[in-house]
Design a protein around this ligand. Structure first.
Ligand code: FAD
Ligand code: MG
Length: 333
């Protein structure tokens, strides 16, 4: 099997909570004080850069928040609430109001996207080995068996407890980085920071104005060529979140399999999309929709855009065509 793994697994094991870089710097152009820190968390690289006098204090709070959320929401850490939910064997589990709210938000987006986003897809994600990077192609029978467990309507939340159907498991991998970015912004605000660039594994969230009064320019990767950009968007304070078939995948017998699953088939969603980027005010909304629109394909994505509102998108089809929604200027060079 020809495997391609974005983060070497050793990094994932060793650096789950390790801070690998912290830097005090002066932004070259404006001489505004800037502070930047990078951590490995949620199996990806996260960088927060803040500007101004309160930048360092803000970033310290932000990093603590990322680590707190990883412990709360991870499927693999035994102390997490998600782990407890997934191992309760059909019994109710008491959870925090925060986790309950996030699960409810995921269910709401599932409803709005006709199940294109479905956090109960986790048994299938495990079958394909996308958590932990032990990639494999499951047999049709195994997929059929796991598919019987995939149905977000089976999640029942009653006050402070959640119950799944026996055998069901949930995974907030499609939305939790987005949620974490929103929380990081809140923490930076609390610390008095009013300008920052948050990048949680490609989930970008800008905060306030960029020093020097420029708008923020966010590059969108070319899904067909890792080192190139397909273009960029100039934005104010916004979330920019991309789901693509080039981030976490493996190849077997000349065929590529990626980590975004179509909950209706149990196979990697293959509805004509190579990547989709959502631009919205809320990062958790952008994260949820980036996964959902990837699953839907170009036509349904347009329908969702017209029906749901509150976001813009850039969709690159598997044939290499770029489709952008009405109110976005996508700059290509
Ligand atoms: P997105 O499109 O935002 O999300 C895709 C991910 O969501 C998939 O990887 C899968 O997990 C899930 N998914 C796939 N299809 C659907 C669907 N139709 N509806 C709903 N969800 C879907 N990875 C590890 O390998 N090991 C870890 O220990 C680990 N810990 C993590 C802890 C946290 C708190 C989080 C948020 C993520 C963690 N991850 C871990 C990474 C995670 O499993 C995903 O790989 C990652 O979130 C993918 O993000 P993305 O932005 O590339 O794709
Ligand atoms: Mg997502």
């Amino acid at each position: 099997m020809n495997r391609k793994i974005i983060l070497p697994s050793i990094l994932a094991i060793v650096l789950l909570v390790a801070i690998i870089a912290a830097e005090q710097l002066l932004d070259g152009k404006t001489e505004t004080k800037a502070y930047e820190q990078t951590v490995i968390a949620m199996d990806t690289v996260m960088t927060v850069k803040a500007y101004g006098e309160n930048a360092e204090a803000g970033i310290n709070l932000a990093i603590q928040e990322i680590m707190r959320l990883e412990k709360l929401l991870s499927t693999t850490m035994e102390e997490s609430e998600i782990y407890k939910i997934n191992h309760a064997d059909g019994e109710p589990v008491k959870i925090s109001e925060e986790t309950a709210r996030l699960i409810k938000e995921a269910i709401e987006i599932s409803r709005l996207t006709d199940g294109a986003l479905d956090i109960t897809v986790y048994p299938i994600v495990l079958s394909w080995g996308f958590t932990g990077s032990e990639f494999r192609v499951p047999g049709d029978g195994e997929i059929k068996e796991s598919l019987r467990l995939v149905d977000y309507k089976g999640i029942r939340i009653d006050g402070d407890s959640v119950t799944l159907n026996k055998g069901q498991m949930i995974d907030l991998g499609a939305i939790a980085k987005g949620y974490a970015a929103d929380r990081v912004r809140d923490k930076l605000k609390e610390a008095g920071v009013d300008s920052a660039l948050i990048n949680l594994g490609g989930n970008i969230l800008t905060m306030g104005d960029k020093p020097g009064n420029d708008s923020w320019s966010v590059g969108i990767k070319d899904p067909f060529s890792q080192d190139k950009l397909a273009g960029s968007v100039e934005i104010g304070e916004k979330a920019v979140v991309t789901s693509g078939n080039y981030e976490r995948f493996f190849e077997q017998d000349g065929k590529r399999y990626w980590h975004i699953i179509d909950p209706k088939t149990g196979y990697p969603a293959d509805n004509g999309v190579a990547s989709v980027t959502i631009i919205a005010d809320s990062s958790v909304y952008a994260d949820a929709l980036s996964t959902a629109l990837f699953v839907m394909g170009p036509e349904e994505a347009l329908r969702a855009y017209n029906n749901l509102g509150n976001f813009e998108y850039i969709l690159i089809t598997s044939a290499g065509e770029t489709i952008t929604s009405g109110n976005i200027e996508f700059v290509t060079k």
